[in-house]
Design a binder for this molecule. Structure first.
Ligand code: GLC
Length: 499
């Protein structure tokens, strides 16, 4: 079959209101925003004449062919923009299309992927006779064959944003959407071998989609899991789904208590871990994961701020991954998985460790980088993930929008503004790189694509949020008072505290 990905330039701009912002805040800001919109327009993917997504990158030198695909996680920031800018029909089209592609996994040879799993990315292929075909990747073609666990989660977050923003509950109540939601929730809530309420996933199952020691119970997946469980409120209440709604609510409560309590790290918690006794059996013990104090990395004692705190990156038997993963921390604040106090302390950490976490480009994906034999063993000697590059301590511009959002939730709009200003000054000039390298993100990433679409949409979305913090609630990203589970441990306390 002779295939060509349909990447034709858009014939009309995707967004309806090009200059929808109030007066620019900084000199040249409007030039930067216009350039971001240009990149977005050029990246539009159409199917049967309608916009249905955006390519991940327009860099002709991108190292992998699938950068011309529309990635579900990448499109989410574009989709939020579309909602805010009056193009909700594009979002609806995207949501419906992704769901329809679910069927393609049944055609995969060999192993059956669980129902409910949604594709990492898709493309529109134009055949010789001019007809168009959708082609999805469920991780069966992706580099390293990584499982896109976060796709179904981002899809539910976006669905909820779409329904809340437009009031189109009729769409949520269509049989296809109800069926999709039930499959996703059932898959996440299936009983497995686990004793923890967190979700167990393989390596590279989310934004960090390469081997980086993020298998097990990574924070970002737990934050997205929490947001996915919240979407059970879109299920119609009937005989068939009542049990699922109840199960989702219970699990969410348990998950929240657990993450708030055990993932939280501040100086008090670190002191406890530092003095842990080990090899304890039974229920009423403090060191429940049997963490050896000797496993605390050298950088940790000096780095954990006096007046801040954050959620660690991963937790399991004998294992705390002390690294700071920005996206997981931001999403936890945003969705209310973190208590208010934890959100505040997390932003204090951003402020106190500004050079490490923001530096010359917001935001460091993971701090710190792994080096030497740890890098060799953890990444499999991955030359793209060398220390302080890409997923291993690179700075990712797309993270500006969750950073701004988390700052607003924590009442630190000033930090969001400050980070935005850093990003705004460099991104267009540098050609919208995918990521930056170096301890402080000073260099354009060695193997980074230019014209990376979510680097532009992340900035545009951050700009919307800065202009009107109420947009977070309009997009159903923050917790409503009435849908919040009962307060768990750690509410109002300093951090989560361990028993
Ligand atoms: C890289 C990133 C992934 C992103 C994809 C497309 O693989 O790690 O998070 O979705 O590029 O931009």
């Amino acid at each position: 079959m002779n295939e060509r990905p349909s990447t034709s330039r858009a014939t009309e701009p995707l967004h309806a209101t090009r200059h929808c912002f109030a007066a620019p805040r900084f000199a040249d800001e409007s030039v930067v925003l216009a350039d971001a919109y240009r990149l977005l327009d050029d990246a539009v993917i159409r199917y049967q004449g309608h916009p249905v997504g955006t390519m991940a990158s327009l860099d002709p030198r991108a190292p992998a062919d699938n950068y011309r695909d529309c990635f579900v996680r990448d499109f989410v920031s574009t989709a939020f923009l579309m909602l805010l800018e009056g193009r909700s029909e594009v979002v609806r089209e995207f949501l419906a299309l992704i769901l329809r592609m679910r069927g393609q996994q049944e055609e995969l040879e060999g192993q059956q992927i669980a129902p409910g799993v949604l594709p990492a990315s898709f493309r529109v292929v134009t055949l010789d006779d001019g007809s168009e075909e959708l082609s999805a990747d469920f991780g069966d073609r992706a580099i390293g064959r990584v499982a896109p666990v976060d796709s179904m989660m981002w899809w539910t977050v976006l669905l909820r944003a779409y329904v809340r923003f437009t009031g189109d509950t009729a769409f949520a109540h269509t049989p296809e959407v109800q069926r999709g939601l039930r499959m996703i929730l059932s898959l996440c809530l299936q009983s497995r071998f686990e004793v923890f309420p967190t979700l167990l996933v393989p390596d590279g199952s989310f934004m960090i989609d390469r081997r980086m020691g993020v298998f097990g119970h990574p924070l970002e997946i737990q934050a997205l899991f929490d947001m996915t469980l919240r979407a059970a409120d879109l299920l119609t209440v009937d005989e068939g789904s009542h049990w699922l709604i109840d199960l989702a609510a219970t699990r969410r409560q348990v998950l929240r208590d657990y993450v708030r309590r055990y993932y939280w790290l501040d100086l008090d918690v670190l002191n406890e871990v530092h003095r842990f006794s080990t090899e304890k059996f039974g229920h009423d013990i403090d060191n429940v994961f049997n963490i050896y104090p000797e496993s605390i990395p050298d950088w940790v004692p000096d780095w954990v701020p006096d007046n801040g705190g954050y959620f660690v990156g991963n937790l399991g038997p004998g294992r705390i991954d002390f690294r700071f993963f920005s996206q997981g921390n931001f999403l936890a604040s945003l969705s209310g998985l973190a208590t208010r106090e934890q959100s505040r302390l997390q932003m204090q950490t951003m402020a106190d460790r500004w050079d490490d976490l923001i530096g010359q480009m917001p935001v460091k994906l993971v701090y710190p980088a792994v080096t030497g034999s740890e890098w060799r063993l953890m990444t499999g000697s991955d030359p793209k993930n060398t220390p302080w590059s890409y997923h291993n301590g690179g700075n990712w511009p797309v993270l500006i929008w969750p950073m701004v959002a988390a700052a607003q939730v924590a009442g630190r709009q000033d930090l969001g503004e400050r980070a935005y200003r850093v990003a705004e000054q460099r991104l267009m000039k540098d050609g919208w790189p995918e990521y930056y390298d170096g301890r402080h993100g000073r260099l354009i990433g060695r193997r980074a694509n230019l014209h990376q679409v979510w680097s532009a949409t992340g900035l545009l979305l951050a700009r919307h949020l800065l202009e009107d913090p109420g947009r977070l609630a309009q997009l159903a990203l923050t917790e409503d008072e009435d849908s919040a589970p009962r307060s768990g441990r750690g509410q109002g306390e300093r951090g989560g505290g361990r028993a």
